[in-house]
Design a protein around this ligand. Sequence first.
Ligand code: THU
Length: 130
Amino acid sequence: MSLLDAARQVRENAHAPYSNFKVGAAIRVESGAVYTGCNVENLAYPQGTCAEAGAIAAMCAAGDYRIAEVAVIADAPDPVPPCGGCRQKLMEFASPEVRVTMATTDGATRTVTLGELLPGAFTPDHMSRT
Ligand code: THU
């Protein structure tokens, strides 16, 4: 199964009764393993989590920490990019060269690098004077 198909499949399990906007995300790590996540909303709206965060949590829970590729899909007019917070979350485990494919359920896709999505990222270098 392609990474995008994995994202498409997990999107079906999203819990999005408040926005009615289901999102699926899939992460491939360097070993080839794939981790998926969907958005999980909550009646207390700020407690909801994004699909990308779910996939990252699954990855870490399995003991993997280096992202090789990302796919995100939603039912939208144009491919939906990860939100700002998720860009930072992805950058924690990925290099700026990692490819992020965004897709619509209609079949449109757009692929960019994480560095293009998050230029000027906050990195460990910013916390070191040495
Ligand atoms: N959402 C994601 O899951 N990922 C994104 O990158 C964009 C937004 C979710 C959060 C919320 O459940 C719904 O989409 C509407 O914002």
